[in-house]
Design a protein around this ligand. Structure first.
Ligand code: SF4
Ligand code: SF4
Length: 279
């Protein structure tokens, strides 16, 4: 897919100098990408350079313009005839593949962090909440990771600090029912779940889930709207272009007819004047 810029563009210009093919320019309203020059950075990077620097994430793949890696590297070779692309040229298609060059994509900003035991900040000396594993991106595109649904709330594990030995251990969220007894695996000291601990934990998780779903719904709606707007704009541009082409054809036909009809060819009989006139 070629890359396109959606109407969310704020005209910051950050993407333009990043393009290895000079495919980006300032359009009438926003920056635009020439699809005949865009190679999705194949040959140069294993990521789209414009998307990597765009502060509002409006450089997105165009689902209406799907192109193969072969077509894109062929285009890159045609544009950069002075560059010798090796067989293991960089390509977003082979990101993470055996022959792919190591990714050097700049970190514009960290994506929304998925909760995970490794990523969650550990409390001083204690265990971090063990979040359930999150499924990979829906379509392999990192920009879609935000649309990944969270796994069930019951799959979370909560860190507990033993007040006797001061060690931490993880307990399934479902065990936090008032009156449940938890045992420290290190010193076997018991602890009873009291008060509204269960309520507080579930409230925190519910807020996370509600916000996650709300954000995902908003971004889905926004992306659909952008794609629809883009398709409509492109269809209109195509219609206008066809109209101009038809008008140009009609015009040239009329000009050719006029030229041939008015041509004063040698031997052509002169126009006769009126028998009642003076000419
Ligand atoms: S994806 Fe790469 S080649 Fe295409 S416009 Fe963006 S920077 Fe240029
Ligand atoms: S970086 Fe993004 S917002 Fe800035 S001009 Fe390029 S497409 Fe528009």
């Amino acid at each position: 897919m070629a890359t396109m810029i959606t109407s969310e563009c704020i005209n910051c210009g950050a993407c333009e100098p990043e393009c290895p093919n000079n495919a980006i320019s300032q359009g009438e309203e926003i920056y635009v990408i020439d699809p005949l020059l865009c190679t999705e950075c194949v040959g140069f990077h294993d990521y789209e350079a414009c998307a990597a620097v765009c502060p509002v994430d409006c450089c997105v793949t165009d689902p209406n313009n799907v192109e193969s890696e072969e077509a894109l590297i062929t285009r890159a070779r045609a544009i950069h005839q002075d560059v010798a692309f090796s067989e293991s040229f960089e390509s977003r298609f082979r990101k993470g593949g055996e022959t792919a060059a190591p990714s050097s994509a700049p970190k514009k900003s960290e994506p929304r962090p998925a909760p995970s035991a490794a990523a969650a900040p550990a409390s001083p000396g204690g265990a971090a909440p063990a979040a359930p594993e999150i499924a990979g991106p829906l379509n392999g595109d990192e920009s879609e990771a935000i649309l990944t649904p969270l796994p069930g709330i019951e799959t979370w594990e909560i860190p507990v600090r033993c007040f006797k030995c001061n060690e931490s251990y993880l307990v399934a969220v479902s065990r936090f029912m008032i009156g449940n007894v938890l045992f420290c695996p290190h010193c076997h000291k018991s602890m009873v779940v009291k008060d509204n601990l269960n309520f507080r934990i579930r409230t925190l998780l519910k807020e996370l889930y509600d916000g996650w779903e709300r954000d995902a719904a908003q971004i889905r709606a926004r992306r659909e709207r952008e794609l629809r707007d883009f398709s409509e704009r492109r269809a209109k541009e195509l219609r206008d272009f066809e109209t101009r082409q038809r008008q140009a054809l009609e015009k040239i036909k009329a000009q050719l007819r006029e030229t041939s009809e008015s041509y004063d060819a040698p031997g052509r009989p002169a126009k006769r004047g009126s028998p009642f006139g003076w000419g």
